[in-house]
Design a protein around this ligand. Structure first.
Ligand SMILES: Cc1cc2nc3c(=O)[nH]c(=O)nc-3n(C[C@H](O)[C@H](O)[C@H](O)COP(=O)(O)OP(=O)(O)OC[C@H]3O[C@@H](n4cnc5c(N)ncnc54)[C@H](O)[C@@H]3O)c2cc1C
Length: 289
């Protein structure tokens, strides 16, 4: 491991100032569950690590407003899975957060870090996209809002500008009632990164939002407004062509150690149909309110 400096700012202004001062030589540390691997493995080589854990404005918390829930940058997966409002209104996000790593990882890993790391397999990315989540980025010029599907640009690459960081993630309440589900496929039970991730959400007007990951450089969000996918009376065979359009961007790596592209594409279709069925069932049962 290469030697690096360490800073522990206590305010957002101080943290942004450090990013301005050190530019691309600085790396942010939240839970460290990704960053530490990079430091040890030698593929992350910062001159300085800026630890966000003591920044007042980013302190762990989930705030409720009329519009939705706002998750601050230091909030970890366990905070998400244990929050009753999250369980009631955003069950697909809870289903994703609860499968991240292990208990130990979930006690450290932040929601913000999961999308900032920008792995195509990040579990929370598909449900955040389905729920229309927005990243609140803070930088020298103030704050700006970036939809999650635009935020994740490619492996390890976000839409953050120089000296910007993620201050929070806003998750708007979906229309009521709403049925949503998250599924993933892994090589084995237990701790593993997913070879397919998929979330699906259906509202009473017949709009289906479906997001999938581990199938290319970044997760993708697709929206079906025809009402066909959301219609429980339409048979699966009639929905298959729509799924093919939705999955058109899927291009799993032929060299991945996780599984071959044909298998992953087959599993994507299986999980797509399964998550859609669950979302429709949940909507019929009254959905999340
Ligand atoms: C054993 C193990 C198992 C895992 N299993 C899974 C899994 O099943 N599913 C899954 O999705 N992930 C998994 N992960 C990956 C990891 O736990 C998650 O991506 C985690 O959510 C990252 O959050 P963190 O707070 O630890 O981020 P960190 O490691 O602190 O940071 C990750 C990256 O994001 C940047 N960053 C962090 N916070 C901010 C911010 N506020 N603004 C801007 N940039 C920021 C950092 O600079 C770094 O580049 C696993 C990791 C390990 C070690």
């Amino acid at each position: 491991m290469r030697a690096f400096g360490y800073a522990r700012p206590e305010s957002l202004e101080e943290a942004i100032g450090l990013l301005e001062e050190h530019g691309s030589e600085a790396m942010l540390l939240a839970g460290g569950t990704d960053l530490m691997l990079g430091l040890r493995g030698g593929w992350s080589k910062p001159r300085i690590v800026v630890d966000l854990k003591r920044v007042r404005e980013l302190a762990s918390g989930i705030e409720e407003s009329d519009a939705g829930l706002t998750v601050s940058a230091a909030t970890v997966m366990t905070d998400i899975t244990e929050d009753r409002r999250m369980q009631q209104r955003f069950p697909a996000l809870v289903e994703a957060a609860v499968v991240v790593g292990s208990v130990q990882i979930r006690n450290r890993a932040t929601l913000a870090g999961n999308i900032c790391n920008c792995s195509p397999a990040a579990d929370t990315a598909p449900p955040l996209m389905v729920y229309g989540a927005v990243v609140i980025a803070a930088g020298p010029a103030g704050t700006r809002r970036i939809p999650v599907e635009e935020f994740m640009v490619g492996p390890g690459k976000t839409a953050l500008a120089a000296a910007e960081l993620v201050a929070a993630i806003e998750v708007p309440f979906p229309p009521e009632p709403y049925g949503a589900a998250y599924l993933r496929h892994t090589r084995r039970k237990g701790t593993d990164l997913a070879s397919v991730t998929l979330a699906c959400g259906v509202d009473a007007s017949g709009t289906t939002r479906l997001a999938y990951g581990s199938m290319g450089p970044r997760p993708f969000l697709e929206i079906d407004g025809t009402g066909v996918l959301a219609d429980p009376k339409v048979p699966d065979e009639a929905k298959a062509p729509l799924f093919e359009t939705i999955f058109a961007k899927a291009s799993p790596s032929p060299t991945s150690m996780r599984s071959g592209p044909e298998y992953r594409l087959a599993m994507l279709r299986v999980l797509g149909a399964r998550a859609l069925r669950t979302a429709i069932e949940r909507l019929a049962e009254g959905g999340s309110k």
